[in-house]
Write a protein that binds this ligand. Structure first.
Ligand SMILES: [Ca+2]
Ligand SMILES: [Ca+2]
Ligand SMILES: [Ca+2]
Length: 145
């Protein structure tokens, strides 16, 4: 029980954070993150805000299993399957469409642009809260409810 005390405190802190940022209490983690990353508090994440968000969330690092500078096609397909749960390699764009300079590797810049296009399902160059929550739910789930 002693260890739980710390967790409880942390959860209380998180709850405060959530309520502080949102007057609406049904927000999940994804919505909380959306608000945190939506720095100008409009209705969407711009490309820069989105790039910031995926950098903070460590998406590229998670996909990049050998920790080099870029994603190989294998790392990329594994990442699509593992971190974009609702998407599969066949439903996102092809590897070659993310690999903008055609060197068979996906750099951080290519990664965030490719991911942006996949997540921006209505192609309006803005990531809405629901688009972001969908990515988060499928990509960042920690395995607990
Ligand atoms: Ca790599
Ligand atoms: Ca490339
Ligand atoms: Ca959009």
């Amino acid at each position: 029980m002693k260890m739980k005390k710390c967790n409880l405190f942390f959860n209380a802190f998180l709850a405060l954070l959530i309520f502080g940022m949102s007057s609406c209490s049904n927000g999940g983690e994804g919505q909380k993150l959306f608000k945190a990353f939506n720095q100008d508090e409009n209705d969407y994440l711009s490309d820069l805000e989105f790039y910031n968000a995926i950098a903070e969330m460590g998406y590229f690092e998670a996909w990049n299993e050998d920790n080099d500078q870029s994603l190989s096609e294998d790392e990329w397909s594994a990442g699509v399957n593992e971190y974009l749960g609702g998407y599969t390699v066949s439903t996102v764009e092809k590897f070659g469409e993310w690999d903008l300079n055609g060197d068979n590797q996906i750099s951080v810049e290519e990664f965030r642009e490719g991911l942006f296009e996949v997540v921006d399902t209505d192609n309006n160059s803005q990531i809405s809260e629901s688009e972001f929550v969908k990515l988060y739910k499928e990509g960042g789930q920690q395995g607990n409810a």
